[in-house]
Design a protein around this ligand. Structure first.
Ligand code: GLU
Length: 376
C-alpha cells in the first residue's frame, strides 16, 4: 500500500512520542503536550483509535528536581521516573480533558509480559480500553524495571504495543524530521529519505551512533524498530514531533518525515511477535552452517543434527538464542528439550532420539512456529 492510502485508511494507530519532543531542560513542555493532544483528539474525532506510547517520565522528574538533574545511576533514574510519570500523566489528563477524551495509564515491564498468559492479559486490557473509547498512554514502568529486564527503549516497546493492540500503523515522533542519508548533526548536506522499502544494512548505516538527546533511543534504535515493525507486516512513519501541526499535516497527506513500507513477506505473525519482542533469552545453542541456512532461509524447524553446542543449563520450554558459529544471534526460539537431554542428542539424527533418551521425544528441537528469525 502506498503512503497516502496507508495514512488515509489506518484506523488503529500507535503513536510514540520521545522524551526529546516532550521535554526541555526545565522538564515537561506543556505547550507541546497540549498541541500534540489537540491533534490526537482530532484524529480520534475522525474515528481513529490511538494508543499513545509516551516517554518523558525521567526527563520530567529531572525538571522537577533540578538538584538531582545530573543523576545517572539506575536507582536514581528510577526515582526520577517515579516523580515524573505522575506529572506526565497529569499533563495528558488535563490536555485531553479539554476534548472530552478519557486517558488511561498503562505501565509495562518486560517481565510482566514474558509469561504468555500475562502478555495476552495485557492485550485484552488494552483492547477493552480502546473498545471503551479510552486513550491508553503507555510507558515502561521504569521504577521497577531492572536493567537486564528493561525494554531496550520506548521505540522497542512501541513494536510490542503494535502487536498488542493489533494496530495498522506506527507513527514515531522524534526530535529529528525523519531519516537522513547521513547524520545531519555532522553533515550539513545530509538529505531526508522520504521512503524506505526495506530496512537493510545500507539503510541501517545511515544512522549515526549516538543516543537521543533526552531518552534512551537514537536513530539506530528507530531504524531497528522500523525493521521490526515492517517485519510484522506493518508500515511506519518517522517524523519530527516538534514540527508545527505534524500529525494533522501527515494525516492530511503532506509528505513529511520518512515512510517505511510494510514488508510483503511477514516474518512475525501468530505468536512470533511475543517470542521476538517480549522474550529475552539468556542461554544459547550454536548451530552449524546448514542449520543456520535451514532456519533463516528455508523457514525450517531446528533439528538436533544441526546443533553443535549447548551453552548453559535450562529447562524444556525455555526461550534460547540460536547463534551461528561466530556467535551471532540469528533467531530465538522455545526449546522442546532441557539442556541435559539436548547435550545427549546434538549432532544426531531425529530417528535416534528415542534410543538416546529412552523415550519418543519431538523430532524438532525447536518447531518453526516457536521461533522468531531476525530480519537482516
Ligand atoms: N521510559 C523512559 C521515560 O519515560 C523513556 C525510555 C526511552 O527513552 O525510550 O523517561
Amino acid at each position: 500500500m502506498d503512503r497516502f492510502t496507508v495514512l488515509s485508511s489506518a484506523k488503529r494507530i500507535v503513536i510514540k512520542v520521545g522524551s526529546a519532543v516532550l521535554t526541555d531542560e526545565a522538564g515537561l513542555n506543556y505547550r507541546i503536550i497540549e498541541e500534540l493532544s489537540a491533534q490526537i483528539a482530532r484524529l480520534v474525532k475522525e474515528g481513529r483509535e490511538i494508543a499513545l506510547v509516551s516517554s518523558g517520565a525521567v526527563a520530567a522528574g529531572r525538571g522537577k528536581l533540578p538538584q538531582h538533574a545530573q543523576s545517572k545511576t539506575v536507582q536514581e533514574k528510577q526515582a526520577l521516573a517515579a516523580v515524573g510519570q505522575g506529572r506526565l500523566m497529569h499533563a495528558y489528563e488535563e490536555a485531553f480533558d479539554r476534548f472530552g477524551i478519557t486517558v488511561a495509564q498503562v505501565l509495562l515491564t518486560r517481565d510482566g509480559i514474558i509469561a504468555r498468559n500475562r502478555y495476552l492479559n495485557a492485550k485484552n486490557t488494552l483492547l477493552t480500553l480502546l473498545d471503551w473509547n479510552i486513550l491508553p498512554i503507555i510507558n515502561e514502568n521504569d521504577t521497577v524495571a531492572t536493567e537486564e529486564l528493561q525494554f531496550t527503549d520506548n521505540d522497542a516497546l512501541s513494536v510490542i504495543m503494535l502487536n498488542l493492540v493489533e494496530a495498522e500503523l506506527f507513527v514515531c515522533l522524534s526530535d529529528t524530521d525523519g531519516l537522513y542519508n547521513k547524520d545531519p548533526r555532522e553533515y550539513p548536506d545530509a538529505a531526508l529519505v522520504a521512503e524506505v522499502t526495506k530496512v537493510d544494512e545500507a539503510i541501517m548505516s545511515m544512522a549515526g551512533q549516538g543516543a537521543g538527546r533526552a531518552g534512551r533511543g537514537g536513530m539506530r534504535s528507530k531504524l531497528r524498530s522500523a525493521q521490526m515493525t515492517t517485519s510484522c507486516g506493518l508500515p511506519m512513519l518517522l517524523a519530527g514531533g516538534r514540527t508545527p501541526d505534524i500529525l494533522t499535516r501527515i494525516f492530511k497527506g503532506e509528505k513529511l518525515g520518512t515512510f517505511f513500507h510494510a514488508d510483503k513477506k511477514r516474518t512475525f505473525y501468530g505468536k512470533k511477535p511475543w517470542i521476538a519482542f517480549a522474550l529475552n533469552p539468556e542461554k544459547s545453542l550454536i548451530l552449524d552452517a546448514g542449520a543456520v541456512n535451514a532456519v533463516t532461509q528455508k523457514n525450517k524447524s531446528l533439528l538436533a543434527v544441526g546443533i553443535k553446542a549447548v551453552l548453559g543449563e535450562f529447562e524444556a520450554q525455555t526461550c534460547v538464542s540460536l547463534r551461528d558459529e561466530n556467535g551471532t544471534e540469528v533467531a530465538i526460539g522455545i526449546t522442546n528439550y532441557p539442556s541435559d537431554e539436548l547435550k545427549k542428542i546434538i549432532g544426531c539424527k531425529s530417528s535416534d532420539i528415542c534410543e538416546l533418551l529412552g523415550y519418543d521425544g519431538r523430532k524438532e528441537v525447536i518447531h518453526r512456529d516457536d521461533m522468531a528469525v531476525w530480519p537482516k
